[in-house]
Structure formats: C-alpha cells, structure tokens
Design a binder for this molecule. Structure first.
Ligand code: MGD
Ligand code: MGD
Ligand code: SF4
Ligand code: MO
Length: 719
C-alpha cells in the first residue's frame, strides 16, 4: 500500500472545515479522513457528515458514467461526448422553436460550494440568452436581499461575533446547521462557548429549545409564524423606552422616518403579541432589555425558520430595522475582522448604501408579477413557469446539484411540472428522485477529486476572518469512470451551441477549454492572495495583514435607511389587522397544530440519503412533539400519526421532544418517495413538502412558499 497524505477542506456546507486525508495511491481511495488541526479556522473540527467522504466517493450508489433514458424507462450508459452532442442538439431545437427562455437551469446546493461551478450556470444562460435561472437561494432566504433592497445597507463591513455583546438568534440553529453566515460556521459550539466566556449574551427565539438554545441567557418559545409581530413589538418597546441609539438614528435614519416607524408599530403592544404567539407574559420585555437596554453592540440574526413562515419579507425588514435603530453596525475606527479574500475590498466606510430596489426595476415575471432577485427568477415560480403556456414557458430543465423532486414545496405540483417538461437533464452523482426522471444524467467529479477554493459571492464575509485555502485534487477520477466537472458540462454545451461564455469577467476560449486551476486563478483577484500564493499554505492561511478599519463617512454620503417606505407601511398595517386572530385557520378550516421546519444533524437536505452508515443512524425523519401533546393523543415515540393540512395528508412517526413547545409539530423536509409512490415511512420517511400549496400560500415579491408554521391536524394511525 502506498499511502499518501493530503490537506483539503470539506465543501458540503458553509463550515468549510479543514480536512486531513490519507489516500491509498494503488486503489485511488480515501482510507482515512479527519479534521485538520493545522487549519487556522476550523482547528481540527469536522462533523459526522464530512467524515462520510469515503462512502460518498467510493460507495456503490455513486453514478460513474453518463446515462441516457431508454424508451422503456431504463437507463443505458452512454459516452460523455456523445451525450453532450445529443443534449446540445435537443437544446438547439427547443430554442429555435420556443426561444432561449424555454431552457432553464436549477442550480442547487450540491454545486454551490464549488468555485468553478458557481456562476457557470448563469454564464451559460447569459450566453444562450435565457432568463430562466433558478437556484436554491430563492427558496431559502431571499428575504435578506429584498430587505436590503428596501431598507438599504451598511458600507462599513460585517460585524463579527468577537465584536458583539449580544446575539439574538431568531429561528436559526447554527450549532446544528453551521448555517449562520460568516459567524458560526465551523466548530460552532467551541466558538460560542469561547465568546460566552468573554461575556457574550445569547438570546434565542425558537419554538424548540435547540442545540443553540442550550447556551441561551434568554430563550423564548413562541408558536412559529409570529416573528414579524414579535419584531414589531420589540421595536415598539425599544422606542417607547428610549433604548434606541438616538444619535445613530438621527444621522442615518432621520426624524420623519423615525416618527413614521413609531406610528406604524404602535398597535403591536406586548400583551397582544404575547397572547398571539402564546408566549409567557414578560417574555418580550426580557428580550428587549437584554438586547437593547443592557447591550451596546450585537445583532439579530434570522434563519430559515422565520424565512419560511408567513410574512417572511416583512419579518426580515423588521429584524434589520431593529438592528438599525439600535445602531448595531461597525463604526468609523472599528476593525473589520472578516471579509472576502477572493476580491479586492472596497474601502469600508460608515455610510448607508441607499436602497437599490433593483428587483423592482426589472419587467415583472408572467407568474404572479414577481421580479428577479439578483438576476434570478424565484424558484417558487418554477412549477408555474413550466406549466403555464405562452412565450417564455420553460420546456427543458437542467438540474445541477439540486433535488427539486423532494425539495420543492407543493411536491405534487412540482411532479406535474416534471411530467410536463419536454426534456430534463441532471448533473448529479446519485440516482435521486430528480435524477431518475431525467432524460440524461451526467455524474460529476466529487469534492476530493477536483481542485477548489472557498465560497465567494458578492464580496460577502462568509468567514469570521479573511481565510483562504487551495484544495488540490487529491484523488483521481474513479478508474474507468466518465465523470465531469460542472463547468465543463456548461462550457461543452455552449461550445456546441456556438456560444461564448464569460467566467469571472474573462471571456473563455471556446475551442480549447480552460483547466479547473485556470478558472480558479481567474477568481482569485485579491492582490495579496493570487492562486500561486494561496497554494503555499496547505492548511490555509488567515490574511491578518489585510484586515483594516472602517473609515468615516464622506461628506457627500447622505443616504439614509428607509425604515418605513410606502409598501412596508402597507404591510405593517395589514399585519396589525391580523393581530386578533389566534386560531390556526386555513381555507376556512380550523387546525390544532403548526408544523415547523427544522434540519437534521446527519444530512444536508437530501445529501447523505445514499450513504448506508448515515441511513442506518437515521432511517426516517421523525415528527417531533412535546410529550404532553403525545400523551393527549395517547401516543408514544415510534407510533404513527397522520398529519393533515388543507392541502394533503402524510403518515409520519412521532418522537418525543421535551424541549419543543406544545402545539407544534417539528419536522425536517427532504424525505419521502415521489408523489404516487408507496414506500414505508419507517424506511423512507415522509415529505412535508406534500402539505404545502404554492398556488395560495406564497409571499408577494419572491413567491416564497410557506414552509413553516403550516396549520395541521394530527391523528393517531391504527393501521
Ligand atoms: N419543506 C421544506 N422545503 C425546503 C426547505 C425546508 O426547510 N423545508 N429548505 C429549502 C432550502 S433552505 C434549500 S437551500 C433547498 C435545497 O434544495 P436543493 O439544493 O435542491 O437540495 P439538496 O438536497 O441540498 O440538493 C443537493 C444535491 O446535490 C447533489 N450533489 C452532491 N454533491 C454534488 C456535487 O459535487 N456536484 C453536483 N452536481 N451535485 C452534487 C446531491 O446528491 C443532491 O441531490 O430546499 C428547500 N426546500
Ligand atoms: N445538518 C444540517 N445542516 C444544514 C442543513 C441540513 O439540512 N442539515 N441545511 C443547510 C441549509 S440549506 C440551510 S439554508 C441552513 C439553515 O440553517 P438554519 O436557519 O440555522 O436552519 P435550522 O437548523 O433548521 O434552524 C431553523 C430554526 O428555526 C426554528 N423555526 C421554525 N419555524 C420558526 C418560526 O416560525 N419562527 C422562529 N422564530 N423559529 C422557527 C426551528 O425550530 C429551527 O430551530 O442550514 C444548512 N445546514
Ligand atoms: S460542518 Fe460538517 S459538512 Fe459542514 S463543512 Fe464541516 S465537516 Fe463538512
Ligand atoms: Mo438552504
């Protein structure tokens, strides 16, 4: 055995944990993987998901050759260049007949943390002239972009955990999800403990006593779906008590806007909101006191919980507004600890970026009149874009690193849309519920087989410090396989269609393709960190020398935060009109429980479903309920229930969770077979996406479906 050692980092999630691998050169296989202690950010931490790389790369379920669907529905292996020829010919025919918008791409999580795949789908679509660009971002937290577009932003860089006295986690559980942008990505528990030892205070607002909440100084557990009300009430209390940062508000908001905000939130009194959200009396005051009265710096961070519940766009606007009125930004002279090391930094200044409202400036989509968000069509409109005849109808869908057959709310409608598509292609390593419906499947190289760089987008600080690392291709592609890089898939199609692609501002040579490393070199534009320099540090490097301070505002910088623009004023008034309703009604029916979203520790959405060790630990997705709720229905953990919304019903297996408040069913998505297939819940799980309607329960502006706070009834199953 010739064992070789290599350093890399894991790209399943935002964690980007440093990894140390041992590779057997004879078999071209990983024989050992562990956290890399020399990685300056993750310091040896790695989670269970990342440690399954051996099964992910070498397991039996992995697809190793392009497949083509046969008339009888089976798949046959096909050489990759021939498959690309055939797909390109079909795309050309569809575009010739229906125009370029008929070709759409859905770009999912499986290709997001991949520096040469990232944006190649957009580049391909630009090259062919199609606007049908859908990604996982718009069924995640696009409310954050819309809030920035309406409220404005801060040009002074991102506040880091180390600079905060208090953090309010609103429906996010970073200790499990590693999902809090730039703050608690890797080794989240260690980082949070260290900051708490220094004095950081933690507030959690979540229906469930989460892993993060076990570290909370204040935890309040509302019914899901009440966050916009809660935030409006917190803003009201802060302003009534005079706990806002008055000097900041005067300079960066303005007196008239502050008065409008005061008036708009007036109906959201504590007692009415606490009654609505089924909180304990005094809960909101405890939050407001610790957040605004007793702390000077620190922020509200929202996660997928409130982003998936009703009023998510207004919720995000109000969360950001609470940060604004408390002046929770880096100020002139403060150090900017974290920023994107891939691109040169603009100077950080204590200035407001005026609300850009770009989504309002594009022609509205034919579906519900929604705009485009950072150049993308909202994924909540994709089934309708496929099913609605007329110019622009999507006839062909390329799914790259996504699994919409399971992940799309209103799974039934997504299935009708898949059935209606003329042509479907997947770039996907496993035979997922999406891939198995496609005409062609192109399996990609997996992470330790390709060179890579950390995530970088919109110059955002994804890491607490300016860290960079080059991940070399440690493994060769599997023997006798035909696996390709995602960028190559798009480039090879564009070439066949006679189109030219632009990557990171560079026009690509369409005769002779670039190498993966040439593409990476195009992305590394920071003068201190060109690719050859980054390669010198196998476990990565933090570029402390690039850290800088916030500059004072320029005299001409007069933009202010728009806390109550006209549309927001209307939305707050509509919210106030809902204040009295405390029963869960939907379509005229009454419901006893609210189903709330959550994530599972051992999976990344559907990533992990094809790994035997992971599945053995988690055969299904339980429906968690408070033990008293279980007792009220005569249920024990392991019993089966039927969960019914006004859209559909699913069979699920219950599990007690004493930390979950009563009246809530907490359940993860991403499980279950395709609609119409019958599979045992005990081995395949249940799909919460069957319970959701996207004809009715979507937010305005981004068509974000209601994926949390879904009114449901539960009943014991006897069969
Ligand atoms: N009801 C409900 N629905 C939800 C959510 C919810 O909370 N509740 N969450 C929503 C959110 S936040 C998101 S982000 C979306 C996620 O939606 P998707 O991104 O569509 O879902 P994933 O399961 O993350 O899909 C990742 C896919 O990439 C594949 N993959 C793994 N490695 C690679 C690779 O190297 N290359 C390629 N090409 N593919 C690879 C995996 O096998 C998998 O099929 O789902 C949304 N849907
Ligand atoms: N292990 C693991 N990690 C993941 C993923 C995974 O599937 N598994 N998915 C990845 C993806 S795609 C994303 S987008 C991120 C998301 O990362 P997070 O946003 O941190 O997601 P969750 O861990 O589900 O935390 C959401 C919390 O919101 C609570 N909640 C639900 N509804 C409401 C509500 O209406 N109001 C309030 N206040 N709380 C509510 C839930 O109880 C839950 O604790 O995680 C990523 N990381
Ligand atoms: S937290 Fe786990 S899945 Fe995410 S990057 Fe780290 S090891 Fe990988
Ligand atoms: Mo997500």
């Amino acid at each position: 055995m010739a064992i070789r050692e290599g350093r890399s980092f894991c790209r399943i999630c935002l964690g980007h944990c440093g990894m140390q691998l041992k590779i057997d050169d004879e078999t071209n296989k990983i024989v050992d993987i562990r956290g890399d202690k020399d990685n300056p950010l993750s310091q040896g931490y790695a989670c269970f998901k990342g440690l399954q790389a051996e099964e992910a790369h070498h397991g039996e379920s992995r697809l190793l050759h392009p497949l083509k669907r046969q008339p009888d529905g089976t798949f046959k292996q096909i050489p990759v260049e021939q498959a690309l020829d055939e797909v390109a010919a079909k795309l050309a025919a569809i575009m010739q007949r229906d125009g370029p918008d008929a070709v759409g791409v859905y770009f999912g999580n499986g290709a997001q943390y991949n520096a040469t795949a990232f944006t190649t789908q957009a580049s391909f679509l630009n090259a062919i002239g199609s606007r049908s660009n859908f990604t996982a971002f718009t069924i995640d937290q696009s409310a954050k972009v819309l809030a920035f577009e309406r409220l404005g932003g801060w040009a002074g860089g991102n506040l880091q955990l180390a600079q905060a006295d208090v953090i309010l986690f609103l429906g996010t559980n970073p200790l499990l999800s590693h999902g809090l942008l730039g703050m608690l990505h890797s080794q989240p528990t260690n980082r949070l403990n260290a900051e708490r030892a220094r004095g950081l205070k933690v507030i959690v607002i979540d229906p469930r006593k989460t892993e993060t909440a076990t570290h909370a100084d204040v935890l309040i557990q509302p019914l899901p779906g009440n966050d916009a009300f809660i935030l409006a009430s917190l803003i009201r209390m802060v302003l009534k008590e005079g706990w806002e940062d008055k000097a900041f508000c005067e300079r960066y908001v303005g007196t008239a806007s502050m008065a409008a905000l005061r008036e708009a939130v007036e109906p959201f009194t504590e007692d009415v909101v606490e009654a609505r959200a089924k909180l304990q009396p005094g809960d909101l005051r405890r939050v407001a006191e610790l957040f605004a009265r007793d702390s000077k710096q620190g922020r509200v961070y929202t996660g997928t919980g409130p982003s998936m519940a009703p009023h998510s766009n207004l919720m995000q606007h109000l969360a950001d507004t609470l940060n604004v009125i408390c002046g929770r930004f880096l100020r002139a002279g403060d150090k900017v600890l974290g920023f994107d090391m891939m691109v040169p930094s603009e100077p950080f200044r204590a200035e407001v970026i005026a609300p850009p409202r770009t989504s309002w400036k594009v022609p509205p989509s034919r579906i519900r009149g929604v705009g485009m968000i950072i150049g993308e069509r909202p994924t909540g409109t994709l089934p309708d874009e496929i099913l609605t005849p007329g110019p622009g109808q999507v006839k062909c869908l390329i799914s790259c690193g996504g699994n919409l057959a399971n992940l799309m709310p209103d799974q039934q409608k997504m299935q009708r849309a898949f059935d209606a598509l003329e042509f479907k292609v997947a770039v996907e390593p496993y035979m997922t519920n999406t891939a198995k419906q496609c005409d062609y499947i192109f399996p990609p190289l997996l992470q330790y087989e390709r060179s890579d760089l950390p995530v970088s987008a919109y110059a955002f600080a994804f890491f607490p410090e300016p860290w960079m690392q080059y991940a070399p291709a440690l493994l060769k592609p599997p023997k006798d396989s035909e696996v390709i890089e995602e960028w190559y898939f798009f480039w090879a199609l564009a070439k066949r269609l006679g189109k030219t692609m632009v990557f990171s501002g560079n026009t690509l040579d369409m005769d002779k393709g670039p190498t993966n490393d040439q593409l990476l070199a195009m992305r590394t534009q920071h003068p201190l960190a060109p690719l050859e320099e980054i390669k010198k540090y196998p476990s990565g490097k933090i570029y402390y020398e690039a850290q800088t301070t916030v500059l004072p505002p320029r005299p001409e910088a007069t933009a202010t935060f728009d806390v109550v623009p006209e549309d927001i004023g209307g939305e707050i008034a509509a919210l106030a009109a809902e204040l009295g309703a405390t029963r869960h009604t939907d379509g005229g029916q009454q419901f006893t429980h609210l189903l709330s979203s959550r994530r599972m520790r051992d999976f990344y959405n559907t990533v992990g479903m094809f790994l035997p060790t992971t599945r053995k630990r988690n055969p299904y997705n339980p429906a968690f309920l408070n033990p008293e709720d279980l007792a009220a229905y005569g249920l024990n953990s392991g019993d089966r229930i039927r969960i019914t919304s006004d859209h559909a019903s699913i069979a699920a297996i219950v599990q007690a969770d004493a930390g979950l408040r009563r009246g809530v069913v907490s359940m993860a998505h991403a499980w279950g077979p395709l609609p119409g297939e019958t599979k045992d819940t005990a081995t395949h799980g249940a799909s919460t996406n069957l319970l959701i309607s996207i004809d009715r329960d979507v937010e305005p502006l981004n068509s974000m479906p209601r994926m949390s706070a879904i009114p449901v009834n539960i009943a014991r199953m006897t069969d």
